[in-house]
Design a protein. Structure first.
Length: 88
């Protein structure tokens, strides 16, 4: 079971339907779309990836396989930018 934790150097700010992430070490901003924003919002309260995935399947009209692909891609990008850490 995977868990996700935000870097302590990251500030998460909701702006309407979008979310902006600021990495304080690099001073880079990241703007997320509505779906990624919801994903991040859920991660802020629940580190368990399976719980977040289940909630998103209830809220969005998406195939389970497609959601899994999108989550893995987003997590890969967030990890690459050192915004989150994924761990078992």
């Amino acid at each position: 079971m995977k868990n996700v934790q935000f870097s302590p150097d990251v500030i998460v700010q909701q702006l309407g339907d979008q979310t902006v992430l600021l990495h304080m070490q690099t001073n880079r901003f990241y703007e997320l779309n509505r779906t990624a924003s919801r994903f991040v919002e859920l991660l802020k309260t629940e580190e368990n990836l399976n719980s977040v995935r289940s909630q998103m399947l209830e809220e969005f009209d998406v195939e389970s396989t497609q959601l899994g692909i999108e989550i893995e891609h987003l997590l890969s990008e967030l990890e690459k930018e050192r915004l989150v850490t994924v761990y078992e």
